[in-house]
Design a protein around this ligand. Structure first.
Ligand code: GLN
Length: 271
């Protein structure tokens, strides 16, 4: 009996150690052990298709944009069929973390905070935050959000909820923002821009390329200088799915080498 207990204890230790390495019980986001995606043969990408030129719904009702095309090329390299799910930006990371989507691709900036929830691929693009204001606005730079004494003016800034623009500008003045009281969050970048057109906010802070697209498609708006530092866009992958992350990074490296990434970017961004 004593011997039996000892054997049992050893067995338990072995199982626990094996579990530690194989992350037993963790959600790997995989259905089958031989598939690197949730559903075999498919690559499910969560995005927020209100972020031109990275992702938007074209006139033909189809998803289009830099991320959509790059994801298509990656899927092709991996022999997978791309499926796109359009969702709120703020639910993409949770969905990837929870094994609902294989990847999150939405002009998504790599941040230390997000890295706690998902892994990021190598970066494939960069962006900075830009300020959009109505033409002729009194606001001509970030400094114009403030009074002479350093307090924030009686203004409202529109942002897309949960984006880096939202996170930075909602932060305290000491930390480089204007404080959440001066920020109105919208579900999409387009909603924020429409609020600006309607005069409900004084400015919108959003990534520079979408800013250019919105200014081109809405009369009477203009872009001020970029604010905040350069951000790196990457693809979010489940923390436990190292195989998919590696496959994506390899595909991205090949696509870069073949000039395909530059080709896609050049199709949507001319300067
Ligand atoms: N780059 C920004 C971020 O990651 C905005 C992305 C977006 O709105 N789709 O937060």
């Amino acid at each position: 009996m004593k011997k039996f207990t000892k054997v049992l204890a050893i067995l338990m230790v072995i199982t626990m150690t094996a579990c530690l390495f194989a992350s037993c019980g963790a959600n790997t986001g995989k259905e089958k052990s031989d598939s690197i995606t949730i559903t075999e043969g498919k690559l499910v990408m969560a995005t927020n298709a209100s972020f031109p030129p990275y992702e938007f719904v074209g006139d033909d009702g189809e998803f289009a944009g830099i991320d959509v095309e790059i994801a298509g090329l990656i899927a092709e390299k991996l022999g997978l069929e791309l499926e796109i799910v359009d969702t709120e930006f703020g639910s993409i990371i949770g969905g990837v973390q929870g094994g609902k989507y294989d990847i999150g691709m939405a002009g998504m900036t790599v941040t230390e905070e997000r890295k706690k929830s998902v892994n990021f691929s190598d970066s494939y693009a960069t962006g900075v935050q830009a300020i959009i204001v109505p033409e002729g606005s009194d606001i001509t730079s970030f400094d114009d959000f403030f009074n002479e004494d350093g307090s924030v003016k009686d203004i409202k800034i529109g942002v897309q909820q949960d984006t880096t623009g939202d996170i930075y500008v909602s932060d305290t003045v000491e930390n480089g923002g204007v404080g959440a009281d001066h920020v109105i969050q919208y579900k999409t970048g387009n909603d924020a821009v429409q609020a600006l057109v309607a005069g409900k906010v004084n400015a919108v802070i959003i990534d520079n390329e979408p800013a250019k697209s919105y200014v081109a498609s809405n009369e009477g708006l203009t872009i001020l200088d970029a604010v905040y530092t350069e951000e790196h866009y990457a693809i979010a992958v489940n923390l436990d799915n190292a195989a998919l992350l590696e496959a994506i990074n390899n595909a991205l490296a090949e696509l870069t080498q073949e000039g395909k990434i530059a080709e896609v970017v050049g199709k949507y961004i001319s300067d």
